[in-house]
Each structure stands twice: as structure tokens, then as C-alpha cells.
Design a protein around this ligand. Structure first.
Ligand code: SIN
Length: 299
């Protein structure tokens, strides 16, 4: 069955990509994702300046999923764009560059720099634990609007916005995203885990983001609602571990999905498993991928 999907003008050989931050830290990791079958690859969120990231521990497995607080470690946009430019021609699938600007001037410079090497830009408006970045930006409607506009004005390809999983906040601030082309739903849930012997939060940063199984039904419900409330294409993210989890997102209205925690858990072979599972399902159901998108809604 045909798995090609289109999102705001970019064509993906299949609807599966990595979630930002998971195996997208370096060009060689992005290449590995391409070789494993990803339909597009997404970089780690890149900031204006270099960031070292938080102290360890930065990743903890818990009963209902995973908590992480890496602290957006990255070499800064100038350095990363140099690295990507030198190997861009090796990519046969779209490269989506995730950026986390904290103000419009940064957004403008970053968008103009990545213009030559990115097929799309994903703006991180949802990291749940970084000062003046991600969620802190999104909570300011005017700031978000100006950042999105700065990226749109200085980049030729599609601009995606990665949102938090908090329904009321997203619906309340959705107007600030009018100029973006697609929504990525959703990032992790702000969360914490405490060591009862040490009597202290486990993560170096204390707060982190919850991903994995617990996130799946929450993101799914938001995708379903946003599909009805906006006309924008949606990329679903949240606890996808099997082709059935992905199909739920397509039925809710996502045109493509991103895989995060399951890539850590199962490795890059998950792409093959998802592709084969989806192909088989579409064949059995005698339905195309495009027809599946949003089918769980009343017509
Ligand atoms: C991190 O680098 O700590 C996670 C980034 C994010 O949640 O957006």
C-alpha cells in the first residue's frame, strides 16, 4: 500500500518520523534514522546560543513512561547549521529543523540561516522546563505570534509549531499560531519523580517532561479536538509504540506521527515494524492512508 503522505507541501515517503530530541542530536544520528526507514527526520531543538544541558540524571524510566530533562543541550544554531550544510545532500528524506528561539530577532536569524538546509522548521513552543524557552514563550500570546511570524517571513518552507499537551492553554492561545502551517501535538507533560530514600527529586533539574504510554491518550484527545477546531495539518506525537497506536492518531486527524520514547525502548527497527503493520492494516481494511485521516470524526 502507498504510504506517501504530504504535509504543507513537503512529501514524506511514509508518515513516521522521530520526535525532536530522540536520536536527532547529530547529523550521523539523523542519517541512521533515514537508513532505518523514517519518512522524515527531525533535529534536536536548536537554540540561539550553545547550551550545555542540565546535570545528570536527565532521564528516568518510571511506571507509566519516561521522564526527561536534558535542558536542550545543543551547539547553538550557527555551529549546527554548519554541520548540517556539509552533509545535507546525503538526505533523501525531508530534514525538519527544530528551533527554540526565545524572541523574534533570534527566530528571524535562525530561520534565515536554516533556509538553505531545512525542508521545514518546527518551532518548539512547549519544552516544559527551560527558562525563557518553549512553554514560557508559548504562554505569552504576543511573543508567540511575533516569533512564528518572524520564522514565516524568513523561511521559504513550511513552519510547524510543536505544542504542549495542555488543552485549555492550547485552545486559549491558538490564535497566536495563525501564520504557522502545521501543528505538532504534543510535547511532554511537566512532571517530577522523587527518590523516597534520598527524599529529593531524582532529575538533576528536578522537573522534567513525561513521555511514553501515559502521554498517548492525552495527546490523542488534543489531536482529535484540534482537527475539528483548526484547518491545519497535524503531526501526532505521544507514546506511539505500535502501528495500532499510530493508526489511532491518523483516525483522530494526524497526517503523520513522530516516535519518541519507543525509539529509546525498541531502537530504530521500530520504523520497519510500524511501516509493515500499517501497510498490512490498510490492505486488510481496503483503505488508503489519506482516507484514514480523521475518519474517527462524525462526517
Ligand atoms: C530537553 O532537551 O530537555 C527536552 C526538550 C523538550 O522537551 O522540548
Amino acid at each position: 500500500m502507498e504510504l506517501v503522505t504530504k504535509i504543507s507541501g513537503i512529501t514524506l515517503r511514509n508518515p513516521f518520523m522521530n520526535a525532536s530530541g530522540v536520536l536527532g542530536q547529530t547529523v550521523s544520528l539523523l542519517r541512521r534514522l533515514q537508513e532505518a526507514g523514517a519518512g522524515a527526520v527531525v533535529t534536536k531543538s536548536i537554540t540561539y546560543e550553545e547550551r550545555k544541558g542540565y546535570d545528570n540524571p536527565t532521564f528516568v524510566k518510571i511506571k507509566c513512561g519516561y521522564l526527561n530533562a536534558m535542558g536542550l543541550p545543543n551547539p547553538g544554531f550557527k555551529e549546527f547549521s554548519k554541520e548540517l550544510s556539509s552533509s545535507k545532500e546525503e538526505f533523501k528524506v525531508p530534514v525538519i529543523v527544530s528551533i527554540a528561539p526565545s524572541e523574534p530577532k533570534q527566530a528571524k536569524e535562525m530561520a534565515a540561516t536554516f533556509k538553505k538546509v531545512a525542508d521545514a522548521i518546527e518551532i518548539n513552543l512547549s519544552c516544559p522546563h527551560a527558562e525563557k524557552l518553549g512553554l514560557e514563550v508559548f504562554s505569552d500570546m504576543g511573543l508567540t505570534e511575533n516569533i512564528v511570524k518572524s520564522v514565516k517571513d524568513n523561511f521559504d518552507g513550511p513552519v510547524f509549531c510543536k505544542l504542549p499537551p495542555y488543552r485549555n492553554e492550547v485552545l486559549g492561545l491558538i490564535k497566536s499560531l495563525e501564520s504557522c502551517d502545521a501543528l505538532v501535538v504534543s510535547n511532554t507533560i511537566r512532571a517530577m519523580v522523587i527518590d523516597v530514600k534520598a527524599k529529593k527529586p531524582i532529575l538533576g533539574n528536578k522537573f522534567g517532561g513525561l513521555s511514553g504510554r501515559a502521554l498517548h491518550p492525552i495527546s490523542l484527545a488534543l489531536v482529535f479536538e484540534l482537527y475539528e477546531k483548526t484547518r491545519k495539518p497535524i503531526v501526532g506525537v505521544g507514546g506511539i509504540e505500535s502501528w495500532e497506536d499510530a493508526v489511532e492518531f491518523f483516525l483522530a486527524g494526524a497526517s503523520a506521527v513522530q516516535i519518541g520514547s519507543a525509539l529509546e525502548k525498541k531502537g530504530t527497527t521500530i520504523f520497519k515494524e510500524l511501516i509493515e503493520g500499517l501497510e498490512e492494516y490498510l490492505k486488510e481494511e481496503k483503505i488508503g492512508l489519506e482516507e484514514l485521516i480523521g475518519l474517527a470524526h462524525d462526517s
